[in-house]
Unconditional design. Structure first.
Ligand code: SAM
Length: 389
């Protein structure tokens, strides 16, 4: 199986002929900053900057959506120029009910110094499911789990932390969750916990810190089935000494399987990389031949939210970051992801680094990077050039 496929051509044309159905679409369209968007077609020059942009995007988003599996998901990078218009457009194309998140991505940690007002240091990722009820998106990551949050170690060297077995959320109490309010028995000398009394055991009721009645997080059968994951301890609370029950929350709950933590909606440059680190990544492979690539760390985090055999599509591929990240992810976890990248043969600026390096079109940059990726990481590359009909 080839990990990377590159198709040169206008994405609308290519998408209309594409047979593949995909699990994940990531795109980073031109942001419409005033000099990155030359699209005019038959809409007339300067009619309305935003309307021209949304008119360009609408059929491409519809064609992309039609290639997504029902379980699939779309991530789109965008900045303040079109974020509001894109959000409304995606509501129209995907349905507001399929909106998942608007993530803030801190890609320029130093902040843009050129603007008149604030030093903008972020852009956005808009996330929509094809069908929010059926998507397999898992918005969590194993990379954000902090091992120091698990300070305890058992006899076999397994790391864990203590979590109160009682539900600390005041919404849950004996009135709202009647079946979870019952006594358990525990011995702080041995740590043993049971739903039935035993020799040396004390009866323990779930209570909040202020002494009011609370409920457990686990049912009686779960307590019996997983008594080994519970421990009885004496603690000093607001009301003095008391005996309570804690869950041993393991760093690696199922043997070697990595624990995952829900992703927040602000992604920092130190976690996913920045535009500067992205330029450096590209320099290391090809040279400084593209102005605003995305860091592979950003795409790696997106890939982690989907299964490791995902078919990925990027139809504004630019320098080929998505295909690069797919190869990195497969090499790291043994996954079988496949990435289809599309970019038009848009000419590079005469005299630019790319032009001077002999890369006369953006598609030549995409292809050159993906070739380097295939050589240095593996997975191969298949190239198709789509001629105008
Ligand atoms: C912002 S860049 C993407 C950068 C990319 N994410 C990266 O990390 O390098 C947008 C890309 O879309 C391409 N593009 C614009 N309109 C296109 C179209 N109609 N069909 C295919 N590619 C297009 C441009 O050539 C440009 O490379």
């Amino acid at each position: 199986m080839v990990w990377n496929e590159f198709i040169e051509g206008d994405n609308l044309e290519v998408l209309s002929r594409l047979d593949d159905v995909v699990d994940l679409i990531y795109i980073d369209p031109p942001y419409n900053t005033g000099n990155d968007f030359a699209y005019r077609d038959d809409h007339g020059v300067g009619r309305n900057r935003h309307r021209d942009w949304t008119d360009m995007m609408r059929p491409r988003l519809v064609a992309g959506r039609d290639r997504l599996k029902d379980t699939g998901v779309l991530f789109v990078s965008i900045d303040d120029n079109e974020a509001a218009h894109l959000r409304l457009l995606l509501d129209e194309v995907f349905g507001e009910r399929n909106f998942i998140a608007q993530i803030v991505v801190n890609l320029n940690p130093k902040g843009r110094q050129l603007g008149r007002h604030f030093a903008t240091s972020h852009e956005y990722l808009l996330v929509y499911a094809r069908d929010a009820g059926r998507t397999v998106l898992d918005a969590s990551s194993s990379r954000t789990v902090d091992e120091s949050d698990f300070p305890l170690t058992d006899n076999e060297g397994r790391r864990y932390r203590h979590l109160p077995l009682r539900n600390t959320n005041k919404k849950f109490n004996p009135v709202t969750s009647r079946t979870l309010h019952f006594p358990v028995w525990g011995d702080p000398a041995t740590g043993r916990v049971s739903s039935e009394t035993f020799e040396g055991a004390q009866q323990i009721e779930p209570v909040f810190g202020d002494g009011r009645p609370a409920v457990w997080r686990w049912s009686r059968p779960k307590i019996d089935a997983q008594a080994g994951d519970l421990v009885c301890r004496e603690i000093v609370g607001r009301g003095g000494r008391r005996t309570d029950v804690f869950q041993k929350d393991w760093l690696h709950p199922d043997g070697p399987t990595l624990r995952r933590k829900k992703l927040k909606t602000i992604w920092l440059a130190e976690e996913v990389g920045s535009t500067d680190t992205a330029v450096q990544e590209l320099k290391d492979l090809l040279g400084h031949v593209f102005e605003s690539p995305k860091p592979t760390g950003l795409i790696l985090r997106i890939l982690e939210t989907m299964p490791s055999d995902a078919v990925v599509l990027d139809f504004f591929a630019g320098s080929g970051t998505t295909g690069h990240a797919v190869a990195l992810a497969n090499a790291e976890d043994g996954g079988t992801r496949r990435c289809i990248s599309i970019n038009s043969a848009e000419p590079t600026r005469p005299g630019s680094n790319a032009d001077l390096a002999g890369l006369r079109t953006v598609s030549a940059i995409t292809e050159a990077r993906l070739r380097e990726v295939a050589t240095s990481i593996g997975g191969g590359l298949q190239v198709t050039r789509m001629m105008a009909p």
